[in-house]
Design a protein around this ligand. Structure first.
Ligand code: D5M
Ligand code: FE
Ligand code: ZN
Length: 494
């Protein structure tokens, strides 16, 4: 039952400490109790503690009492998310801490690609070789051989290749086409096996063990993803400095939530000790709504000039406290080439902002006091969600875990995510980050994968007519905050 509780919680992007698990185990229906508790939170904390449970139970009881005694009263407003006590430890104000930002990886100023056929060949060769090198660290793949050779042998072998096709036969077997520099092979993942259920997508690089049959079909025994090392310690800064994460502000849109933003801004300026401990704000793209991003967008804009949109954002950011350093990367609505990796916003736009804003590309890896933050807008989640039935827009952390497992931010080529064939594949996750953040899907969640803190950074835009058509319910006005000392993450609601 303990394992079932933990996996139930982790599927919902949260964890529980030992005492909280004990609490659930003492309930008549432990999973039901966990489910009710999660519903009580507007946004569950990364790790649920006994204290969180006690608070939620007390709020629920008070609400029931009120409902029982004064039936004519309107319902109590939903309990605001309470930041756990551990997050409130006394901290030095962020204003007293010198800025420490280093950009570790960013395409800005280094783009070389012209999109020729030779560029594509070189790009995919770089992707294959880099990820194959990571895969060869796995003992099962240390002796991986070239596909052309493995096809001729009928004993157990291992190969590494790039997936060029995935299909399901009418009997439920899955067939992958796997290619390396020497040739290609069809790989059979037997129906009903866990291999057939794995989320394999086109253009990812994987390893397979198994053997060729006499007709040259490679029968897989195991599939290997590069993934991350099984666990990793969070580096941790000296003091409790915090970073807030935002994306998808969509300034200029009719549906931009000005009132929610005003609440955030007021809290940031003279809020509690958590507000004062916030040193950085990472904006992961779609900071404005842009112009001409989709058909008839003009009907949904209040600001139909791109400069006016960025000027409005600049003045919103100008209102924030001086000690809050902003790091801004573009998304698919921003005024820069859509092909990824996207460079930072052009100088003409940067000039509208004050010096408190630092502009980087999408994706970028930035060190904050030695904590490595990988920020990516997240356009590729559109392709993940359409390619893998078990993934959805409502659960972005699952798609992010797939990116880490595949060590690639946007493996699927030729889908909705435009990719520029740079000399090197900048979308490979070569170094393991400490914090990995995406936006784009207008959801909000914090979680963890093998020691990496995962953040999906909400939106400040209400549901658009496009999202209504596609049944996408945004989760707006949430601010994920990560403590750079502990890696603990919370979602604050505005
Ligand atoms: O994307 C906001 C949300 O809308 C995000 O969940 C993706 C979804 N979206 C955006 N464009 C498409 C298309 N073309 N198909 C399906 N889903 C889409 P944003 O980048 O803010 O527009
Ligand atoms: Fe967006
Ligand atoms: Zn987007």
């Amino acid at each position: 039952m303990r394992d079932r509780i933990l996996s139930f919680l982790s599927e919902r992007g949260t964890l529980a400490d030992e005492q909280a698990v004990e609490y659930f185990l003492t309930q008549a229906d432990p999973l039901g109790a966990a489910d009710r508790l999660l519903r009580a939170f507007q946004d569950p904390p990364l790790v649920i503690t006994l204290e969180d449970i006690q608070r939620a139970v007390a709020i629920a009881r008070a609400a029931t009492d009120r409902a029982a005694t004064v039936r004519t009263r309107p319902p109590a407003p939903a309990a605001a998310f309470a930041i756990p006590a551990s997050f409130r430890e006394t901290v030095a104000p962020a204003a007293d801490v010198a800025e420490d930002i280093r950009v570790l990886k960013d395409i800005t100023g280094h783009s070389t690609c012209e999109g020729t056929l030779a560029d594509f060949a070189r790009y995919f060769r770089h992707r294959f070789q880099t990820i194959a090198r990571i895969l060869r660290h796995r003992p099962e793949l240390a002796g991986a051989m070239e596909i052309a050779r493995a096809k001729k042998l009928t004993r157990d072998t291992a190969v590494i290749g790039i997936v060029t096709d995935v299909r399901t036969t009418k009997n439920g077997h899955r067939i992958l086409e796997l290619e390396d520099e020497t040739g290609s092979v069809s790989v059979l993942l037997p129906a009903g096996s866990s291999l057939a259920a794995d989320a394999i997508v086109n253009d990812e690089v994987i390893g397979v063990t198994g053997r060729s049959n006499d007709r040259g079909l490679f029968i897989a025994k195991s599939l290997l993803h590069p993934d991350l090392p099984t666990s990793k310690a969070f580096p941790g800064t000296e003091g409790h400095l915090r970073v807030g994460f935002m994306s998808d502000i969509h300034v200029g849109s009719r549906t931009f939530l000005a009132d929610r933003w005003a609440k955030f801004s007021a809290w940031a300026c003279d809020g509690d000790e958590v507000a004062r401990s916030l040193r950085y704000l990472v904006l992961s793209g779609d900071v404005v709504d842009g112009i001409g991003v989709y058909p008839r967008q003009d009907e949904e804009l209040v600001l139909d000039d791109i400069y006016a949109q960025y000027e409005a954002l600049a003045s919103m950011l100008h209102e924030l406290p001086d000690h809050l350093k902003v790091i801004l990367l573009p998304g698919n609505h921003d005024a820069v080439r859509p092909a990824e990796p996207q460079p930072a916003l052009p100088t003409a736009i940067q000039k509208l902002f004050d010096s408190n804003v630092k502009f980087v590309g999408n994706p970028s890896t930035v060190s904050l006091h030695g904590v490595r933050v990988l920020a990516y807008h997240g356009r590729s989640m559109d392709d993940f969600v359409s390619a893998v039935p078990s993934l959805s827009y409502a659960r972005p952390l699952d798609a992010m875990r797939e990116m880490l497992r595949k060590r690639h931010l946007a493996p699927i080529y030729g889908g909705k995510t435009p990719i520029a064939p740079e000399a090197e594949d900048h979308l490979i996750i070569d170094q393991v980050p400490d914090i990995f953040v995406t936006g784009h899907v207008h959801a909000a969640a914090v979680g963890e994968h093998r020691g990496v803190v995962l953040v999906n950074s909400s939106t400040w835009q209400a549901q658009t007519s496009f999202q209504k058509m596609h049944n996408i319910e945004p989760v707006a006005g949430r601010l994920p905050i990560v403590d750079l000392h502990t890696g603990e993450a919370v979602l604050k609601v505005f």
